[in-house]
Write a protein of this length. Structure first.
Length: 401
Protein backbone atom coordinates (compact mmCIF):
# COMPACT_ATOMS: atom_id res chain seq x y z
CA UNK A 1 0.00 0.00 0.00
CA UNK A 2 1.29 3.44 -0.88
CA UNK A 3 0.96 6.58 1.22
CA UNK A 4 -1.17 9.45 0.00
CA UNK A 5 -1.32 12.87 1.64
CA UNK A 6 -4.57 14.76 1.06
CA UNK A 7 -5.06 18.48 1.78
CA UNK A 8 -8.59 19.46 2.82
CA UNK A 9 -9.96 23.00 2.73
CA UNK A 10 -12.08 23.10 5.90
CA UNK A 11 -12.21 24.64 9.37
CA UNK A 12 -11.19 23.38 12.77
CA UNK A 13 -12.59 24.65 16.09
CA UNK A 14 -14.94 27.09 14.42
CA UNK A 15 -17.91 25.45 12.72
CA UNK A 16 -18.72 21.84 13.69
CA UNK A 17 -20.76 21.55 10.49
CA UNK A 18 -17.58 22.08 8.46
CA UNK A 19 -15.97 19.24 10.36
CA UNK A 20 -18.96 16.95 9.76
CA UNK A 21 -18.49 17.66 6.04
CA UNK A 22 -14.77 16.96 6.40
CA UNK A 23 -15.46 13.58 8.03
CA UNK A 24 -17.78 12.72 5.14
CA UNK A 25 -15.21 13.71 2.52
CA UNK A 26 -12.59 11.63 4.30
CA UNK A 27 -14.90 8.61 4.27
CA UNK A 28 -15.47 9.06 0.54
CA UNK A 29 -11.72 9.28 -0.11
CA UNK A 30 -11.04 6.22 2.05
CA UNK A 31 -13.36 4.19 -0.14
CA UNK A 32 -12.08 5.54 -3.46
CA UNK A 33 -8.44 5.03 -2.47
CA UNK A 34 -9.03 1.86 -0.48
CA UNK A 35 -5.67 0.40 -1.49
CA UNK A 36 -3.69 3.30 -0.05
CA UNK A 37 -2.75 4.67 3.35
CA UNK A 38 -4.38 8.11 3.52
CA UNK A 39 -3.10 10.97 5.66
CA UNK A 40 -4.97 14.24 6.05
CA UNK A 41 -3.72 17.83 6.23
CA UNK A 42 -6.05 20.79 6.56
CA UNK A 43 -6.08 24.32 5.26
CA UNK A 44 -7.83 25.85 8.25
CA UNK A 45 -9.94 28.79 7.13
CA UNK A 46 -11.08 29.46 10.69
CA UNK A 47 -11.27 33.30 10.87
CA UNK A 48 -8.96 33.23 13.88
CA UNK A 49 -6.32 31.54 11.72
CA UNK A 50 -6.71 33.06 8.26
CA UNK A 51 -7.01 36.80 7.42
CA UNK A 52 -10.23 37.96 5.81
CA UNK A 53 -8.54 39.24 2.65
CA UNK A 54 -6.54 36.03 2.37
CA UNK A 55 -3.25 37.61 1.35
CA UNK A 56 -1.99 39.88 4.14
CA UNK A 57 0.65 37.71 5.73
CA UNK A 58 2.14 40.38 7.96
CA UNK A 59 4.33 38.67 10.54
CA UNK A 60 2.71 35.26 10.09
CA UNK A 61 5.64 33.66 8.22
CA UNK A 62 8.02 34.42 11.06
CA UNK A 63 9.29 31.46 13.02
CA UNK A 64 9.81 32.62 16.58
CA UNK A 65 12.92 31.42 18.45
CA UNK A 66 12.32 28.87 21.17
CA UNK A 67 13.29 31.36 23.87
CA UNK A 68 11.01 34.20 22.76
CA UNK A 69 8.94 33.92 25.95
CA UNK A 70 11.94 34.94 28.05
CA UNK A 71 11.63 38.60 27.10
CA UNK A 72 8.70 40.08 29.01
CA UNK A 73 8.53 43.19 26.82
CA UNK A 74 8.21 41.02 23.74
CA UNK A 75 5.43 38.90 25.23
CA UNK A 76 3.38 42.07 25.68
CA UNK A 77 3.50 42.63 21.91
CA UNK A 78 2.30 39.09 21.29
CA UNK A 79 -1.16 40.02 22.58
CA UNK A 80 -1.45 42.83 20.02
CA UNK A 81 0.30 41.38 17.00
CA UNK A 82 -0.22 38.15 15.12
CA UNK A 83 3.35 36.96 15.10
CA UNK A 84 4.05 33.57 13.58
CA UNK A 85 1.66 30.87 12.42
CA UNK A 86 1.37 28.28 15.16
CA UNK A 87 -1.80 26.48 14.11
CA UNK A 88 -1.14 22.85 13.15
CA UNK A 89 -2.39 23.39 9.61
CA UNK A 90 -1.20 24.49 6.18
CA UNK A 91 0.63 27.81 6.44
CA UNK A 92 1.13 30.57 3.88
CA UNK A 93 4.56 29.21 2.99
CA UNK A 94 4.16 25.49 3.71
CA UNK A 95 6.07 23.06 1.52
CA UNK A 96 3.35 20.83 0.05
CA UNK A 97 5.47 19.18 -2.62
CA UNK A 98 4.80 15.80 -0.99
CA UNK A 99 0.99 16.13 -1.22
CA UNK A 100 -1.07 14.12 -3.67
CA UNK A 101 -4.55 15.65 -3.75
CA UNK A 102 -6.41 18.80 -2.67
CA UNK A 103 -10.06 18.53 -1.65
CA UNK A 104 -12.52 21.38 -1.17
CA UNK A 105 -14.60 19.88 1.63
CA UNK A 106 -17.97 21.49 0.97
CA UNK A 107 -19.44 24.59 2.66
CA UNK A 108 -20.20 27.97 1.05
CA UNK A 109 -16.81 29.54 1.83
CA UNK A 110 -14.44 28.05 -0.73
CA UNK A 111 -13.87 30.91 -3.18
CA UNK A 112 -13.66 33.69 -0.62
CA UNK A 113 -10.47 35.71 -0.31
CA UNK A 114 -9.71 33.75 2.83
CA UNK A 115 -9.11 30.69 0.64
CA UNK A 116 -6.90 32.26 -2.04
CA UNK A 117 -3.75 30.81 -0.49
CA UNK A 118 -5.20 27.30 -0.88
CA UNK A 119 -5.50 27.91 -4.62
CA UNK A 120 -1.94 29.24 -4.58
CA UNK A 121 -0.67 26.01 -3.02
CA UNK A 122 -2.60 23.95 -5.56
CA UNK A 123 -1.17 25.85 -8.53
CA UNK A 124 2.36 25.96 -7.15
CA UNK A 125 2.46 22.22 -6.49
CA UNK A 126 0.31 21.19 -9.48
CA UNK A 127 -2.06 19.28 -7.22
CA UNK A 128 -5.11 17.51 -8.65
CA UNK A 129 -8.37 18.50 -6.97
CA UNK A 130 -11.84 17.36 -6.00
CA UNK A 131 -14.52 19.98 -5.28
CA UNK A 132 -17.12 18.19 -3.17
CA UNK A 133 -20.47 19.45 -1.91
CA UNK A 134 -20.02 23.18 -2.44
CA UNK A 135 -22.75 25.33 -0.89
CA UNK A 136 -22.36 28.58 -2.81
CA UNK A 137 -21.24 29.92 -6.20
CA UNK A 138 -20.19 33.48 -6.97
CA UNK A 139 -17.53 35.52 -8.73
CA UNK A 140 -14.22 33.75 -9.24
CA UNK A 141 -10.74 35.14 -9.80
CA UNK A 142 -8.31 33.88 -12.44
CA UNK A 143 -6.38 31.59 -10.02
CA UNK A 144 -9.64 30.02 -8.92
CA UNK A 145 -10.83 29.46 -12.47
CA UNK A 146 -7.49 27.90 -13.40
CA UNK A 147 -8.04 25.26 -10.71
CA UNK A 148 -11.76 24.76 -11.35
CA UNK A 149 -11.32 24.11 -15.07
CA UNK A 150 -8.93 21.23 -14.30
CA UNK A 151 -10.69 19.66 -11.32
CA UNK A 152 -11.54 15.96 -11.48
CA UNK A 153 -15.06 16.45 -10.14
CA UNK A 154 -17.20 19.39 -9.05
CA UNK A 155 -20.34 18.70 -7.00
CA UNK A 156 -22.75 21.02 -5.22
CA UNK A 157 -25.10 20.27 -2.33
CA UNK A 158 -27.83 22.71 -3.41
CA UNK A 159 -29.92 22.13 -6.54
CA UNK A 160 -30.49 25.89 -6.83
CA UNK A 161 -26.81 26.27 -7.70
CA UNK A 162 -27.18 24.17 -10.85
CA UNK A 163 -28.69 27.24 -12.55
CA UNK A 164 -25.53 29.29 -11.94
CA UNK A 165 -23.30 30.09 -14.93
CA UNK A 166 -20.30 28.41 -13.29
CA UNK A 167 -22.28 25.21 -12.77
CA UNK A 168 -23.32 25.14 -16.41
CA UNK A 169 -19.82 25.93 -17.68
CA UNK A 170 -18.04 23.22 -15.68
CA UNK A 171 -20.59 20.40 -15.74
CA UNK A 172 -21.32 20.64 -12.03
CA UNK A 173 -23.30 17.75 -10.52
CA UNK A 174 -25.70 17.77 -7.57
CA UNK A 175 -25.04 15.25 -4.82
CA UNK A 176 -26.03 15.20 -1.14
CA UNK A 177 -23.76 17.20 1.14
CA UNK A 178 -20.84 14.94 2.19
CA UNK A 179 -21.92 15.43 5.82
CA UNK A 180 -24.46 12.68 5.07
CA UNK A 181 -21.49 10.29 5.22
CA UNK A 182 -19.77 11.68 8.32
CA UNK A 183 -20.71 8.55 10.30
CA UNK A 184 -19.18 5.37 8.91
CA UNK A 185 -21.40 3.18 6.76
CA UNK A 186 -22.88 0.47 8.97
CA UNK A 187 -22.73 2.56 12.16
CA UNK A 188 -26.24 3.99 11.82
CA UNK A 189 -28.98 3.48 14.38
CA UNK A 190 -32.34 2.06 13.35
CA UNK A 191 -35.03 4.13 15.07
CA UNK A 192 -38.25 2.29 15.99
CA UNK A 193 -39.98 4.59 18.49
CA UNK A 194 -39.85 8.19 19.68
CA UNK A 195 -38.72 8.55 23.28
CA UNK A 196 -36.01 11.23 23.05
CA UNK A 197 -35.99 14.34 20.89
CA UNK A 198 -33.05 16.71 20.40
CA UNK A 199 -33.63 20.36 19.58
CA UNK A 200 -30.53 21.90 17.99
CA UNK A 201 -30.58 25.64 18.46
CA UNK A 202 -28.23 28.53 17.87
CA UNK A 203 -28.73 31.98 19.35
CA UNK A 204 -28.64 35.47 17.87
CA UNK A 205 -25.39 36.42 19.61
CA UNK A 206 -23.29 33.56 18.26
CA UNK A 207 -20.28 34.55 16.11
CA UNK A 208 -21.07 35.92 12.60
CA UNK A 209 -22.53 33.40 10.13
CA UNK A 210 -23.08 30.89 12.94
CA UNK A 211 -26.12 32.30 14.71
CA UNK A 212 -29.74 32.76 13.66
CA UNK A 213 -32.07 35.71 13.32
CA UNK A 214 -34.26 36.83 16.21
CA UNK A 215 -37.52 35.72 14.60
CA UNK A 216 -36.28 32.14 14.08
CA UNK A 217 -34.82 32.03 17.57
CA UNK A 218 -38.06 33.15 19.23
CA UNK A 219 -40.06 30.76 17.04
CA UNK A 220 -37.87 27.80 17.99
CA UNK A 221 -37.98 28.64 21.70
CA UNK A 222 -41.78 28.92 21.55
CA UNK A 223 -42.09 25.63 19.66
CA UNK A 224 -39.75 23.91 22.12
CA UNK A 225 -41.90 25.05 25.03
CA UNK A 226 -45.07 24.02 23.22
CA UNK A 227 -43.81 20.51 22.47
CA UNK A 228 -42.35 19.99 25.95
CA UNK A 229 -45.61 21.00 27.57
CA UNK A 230 -47.74 18.84 25.30
CA UNK A 231 -45.58 15.69 25.16
CA UNK A 232 -44.38 15.16 28.70
CA UNK A 233 -43.68 11.48 28.02
CA UNK A 234 -40.93 12.47 25.57
CA UNK A 235 -37.52 13.59 26.83
CA UNK A 236 -36.37 16.81 25.16
CA UNK A 237 -32.76 18.01 25.26
CA UNK A 238 -31.01 20.96 23.60
CA UNK A 239 -27.83 20.39 21.61
CA UNK A 240 -25.62 23.36 20.88
CA UNK A 241 -22.59 23.52 18.58
CA UNK A 242 -21.10 26.78 19.90
CA UNK A 243 -19.89 27.81 23.31
CA UNK A 244 -21.60 31.17 22.74
CA UNK A 245 -25.00 29.45 22.70
CA UNK A 246 -24.72 27.83 26.11
CA UNK A 247 -25.53 30.68 28.58
CA UNK A 248 -28.80 31.67 26.92
CA UNK A 249 -30.00 28.09 26.48
CA UNK A 250 -29.11 27.26 30.09
CA UNK A 251 -31.10 30.29 31.25
CA UNK A 252 -34.08 29.28 29.14
CA UNK A 253 -34.18 25.52 29.61
CA UNK A 254 -31.94 24.63 32.55
CA UNK A 255 -28.37 23.43 32.74
CA UNK A 256 -29.39 19.76 32.93
CA UNK A 257 -31.06 20.00 29.51
CA UNK A 258 -28.21 21.54 27.48
CA UNK A 259 -25.55 19.44 25.73
CA UNK A 260 -22.29 20.72 24.21
CA UNK A 261 -18.81 19.48 23.34
CA UNK A 262 -15.81 21.39 22.02
CA UNK A 263 -14.70 18.41 19.92
CA UNK A 264 -16.76 17.88 16.77
CA UNK A 265 -15.85 14.19 16.68
CA UNK A 266 -17.85 13.75 19.91
CA UNK A 267 -21.14 14.72 18.28
CA UNK A 268 -21.98 11.39 16.60
CA UNK A 269 -22.21 9.78 20.04
CA UNK A 270 -24.19 12.76 21.36
CA UNK A 271 -26.76 12.61 18.57
CA UNK A 272 -26.91 8.83 18.57
CA UNK A 273 -28.94 8.74 21.79
CA UNK A 274 -31.89 10.59 20.19
CA UNK A 275 -34.78 9.31 18.09
CA UNK A 276 -35.73 12.57 16.36
CA UNK A 277 -33.89 15.85 15.74
CA UNK A 278 -35.33 19.35 15.21
CA UNK A 279 -32.57 21.69 14.13
CA UNK A 280 -32.02 25.29 13.12
CA UNK A 281 -28.56 24.14 12.06
CA UNK A 282 -28.33 22.52 8.64
CA UNK A 283 -25.64 20.13 9.78
CA UNK A 284 -27.51 19.19 12.91
CA UNK A 285 -29.83 17.60 10.34
CA UNK A 286 -26.80 16.31 8.43
CA UNK A 287 -25.24 14.38 11.28
CA UNK A 288 -28.67 13.11 12.35
CA UNK A 289 -29.28 11.82 8.82
CA UNK A 290 -25.87 10.17 8.77
CA UNK A 291 -26.89 8.27 11.91
CA UNK A 292 -30.23 7.23 10.42
CA UNK A 293 -32.20 9.58 12.68
CA UNK A 294 -35.23 11.31 11.11
CA UNK A 295 -34.93 15.08 11.33
CA UNK A 296 -36.80 18.33 10.83
CA UNK A 297 -35.00 21.46 9.69
CA UNK A 298 -36.15 24.88 10.90
CA UNK A 299 -35.14 26.89 7.84
CA UNK A 300 -33.86 30.45 8.23
CA UNK A 301 -31.62 31.12 5.21
CA UNK A 302 -30.70 29.82 1.76
CA UNK A 303 -28.59 27.02 3.21
CA UNK A 304 -31.74 25.14 4.20
CA UNK A 305 -32.12 23.60 0.75
CA UNK A 306 -29.06 21.50 1.59
CA UNK A 307 -31.38 19.58 3.90
CA UNK A 308 -33.22 18.16 0.92
CA UNK A 309 -30.16 15.96 0.54
CA UNK A 310 -30.66 14.74 4.12
CA UNK A 311 -34.33 13.84 3.46
CA UNK A 312 -35.24 16.35 6.15
CA UNK A 313 -38.72 17.72 6.60
CA UNK A 314 -38.37 21.49 6.31
CA UNK A 315 -40.43 24.02 8.26
CA UNK A 316 -39.89 27.72 8.96
CA UNK A 317 -40.80 30.46 11.40
CA UNK A 318 -44.09 31.17 9.58
CA UNK A 319 -45.52 27.85 10.76
CA UNK A 320 -48.10 27.95 13.54
CA UNK A 321 -47.69 25.69 16.59
CA UNK A 322 -50.52 23.55 15.23
CA UNK A 323 -48.76 23.14 11.88
CA UNK A 324 -45.51 22.19 13.61
CA UNK A 325 -47.41 19.72 15.76
CA UNK A 326 -48.90 18.15 12.62
CA UNK A 327 -45.36 17.47 11.40
CA UNK A 328 -44.04 16.35 14.78
CA UNK A 329 -46.75 13.93 15.79
CA UNK A 330 -46.32 11.82 12.65
CA UNK A 331 -43.18 10.50 14.32
CA UNK A 332 -45.18 9.31 17.32
CA UNK A 333 -46.39 6.49 15.10
CA UNK A 334 -43.84 3.68 15.52
CA UNK A 335 -44.40 2.38 12.00
CA UNK A 336 -43.86 5.85 10.52
CA UNK A 337 -40.65 6.65 12.38
CA UNK A 338 -39.31 3.15 11.71
CA UNK A 339 -39.97 3.48 8.00
CA UNK A 340 -38.45 6.98 7.96
CA UNK A 341 -35.26 5.73 9.61
CA UNK A 342 -35.06 2.67 7.36
CA UNK A 343 -35.48 4.75 4.21
CA UNK A 344 -32.88 7.24 5.42
CA UNK A 345 -30.28 4.53 6.04
CA UNK A 346 -30.93 2.91 2.66
CA UNK A 347 -30.73 6.29 0.96
CA UNK A 348 -27.42 7.05 2.65
CA UNK A 349 -25.92 3.70 1.60
CA UNK A 350 -27.15 4.03 -1.98
CA UNK A 351 -25.97 7.61 -2.50
CA UNK A 352 -22.62 6.79 -0.86
CA UNK A 353 -22.04 4.13 -3.50
CA UNK A 354 -23.21 6.56 -6.20
CA UNK A 355 -20.73 9.15 -4.93
CA UNK A 356 -17.88 6.65 -4.87
CA UNK A 357 -18.64 5.60 -8.43
CA UNK A 358 -18.87 9.23 -9.57
CA UNK A 359 -15.50 10.14 -8.06
CA UNK A 360 -13.80 6.99 -9.37
CA UNK A 361 -15.14 7.54 -12.88
CA UNK A 362 -13.73 11.06 -12.95
CA UNK A 363 -10.24 10.24 -11.72
CA UNK A 364 -8.37 8.90 -14.76
CA UNK A 365 -5.30 7.86 -12.83
CA UNK A 366 -5.46 6.80 -9.18
CA UNK A 367 -1.76 7.54 -8.87
CA UNK A 368 -2.90 11.18 -8.96
CA UNK A 369 -0.52 12.61 -11.50
CA UNK A 370 0.46 16.28 -11.33
CA UNK A 371 -1.75 18.74 -13.20
CA UNK A 372 -0.42 21.14 -15.83
CA UNK A 373 -2.15 24.38 -14.88
CA UNK A 374 -2.01 27.56 -16.90
CA UNK A 375 1.28 29.36 -16.33
CA UNK A 376 0.01 32.89 -16.92
CA UNK A 377 -1.71 33.14 -13.55
CA UNK A 378 -0.61 36.02 -11.34
CA UNK A 379 -1.33 35.33 -7.69
CA UNK A 380 -1.99 38.18 -5.24
CA UNK A 381 0.46 38.52 -2.39
CA UNK A 382 1.16 40.84 0.50
CA UNK A 383 4.16 39.75 2.54
CA UNK A 384 5.32 43.13 3.87
CA UNK A 385 4.51 44.05 7.47
CA UNK A 386 3.28 47.60 8.12
CA UNK A 387 6.25 50.01 8.35
CA UNK A 388 5.69 50.73 12.04
CA UNK A 389 6.35 47.07 12.85
CA UNK A 390 9.81 46.95 11.30
CA UNK A 391 11.39 48.52 14.38
CA UNK A 392 9.85 45.78 16.50
CA UNK A 393 11.43 43.15 14.26
CA UNK A 394 14.82 44.80 14.54
CA UNK A 395 14.56 45.24 18.32
CA UNK A 396 13.81 41.61 18.99
CA UNK A 397 15.89 40.11 16.21
CA UNK A 398 12.90 38.62 14.39
CA UNK A 399 13.45 37.74 10.75
CA UNK A 400 11.43 36.07 8.05
CA UNK A 401 12.61 32.53 7.39
Amino acid sequence: MSNKFICYNTTRQWNPGDEFILFGCQNLCKKVFSNDNLYSLIYNRNPDVRPMNGITQGLRNIRLPNNYTEDYNFTKYDAWLRIGFNDNSIKFNSDLSFCDLAVFAGTPEWISHRCINFFEHILKNKLPTLILGIGWLGNIDAPMEAVIEKTYLFTVRSKILLDHDIAKKYNVVWMPCPALYCVDIGNERQITTLKKCAIVLGVTRTVPFAGIDGKTFRFTVDIARYLRNKYKNIEFKFITHYIDDIPELVNLFGKENVIYHYDSSAYPDIYRSFDLVLSTRVHGCGIAASLGIPNINIAHDIRADTCEGFLSEIINSDYTPTEVDDVFRKYLDDSYITESSTNLIRYKHRTFQDYIKLIAENIPDKTLSRIDYREDICLPSDTSPPPELKDIQIKFGITNE
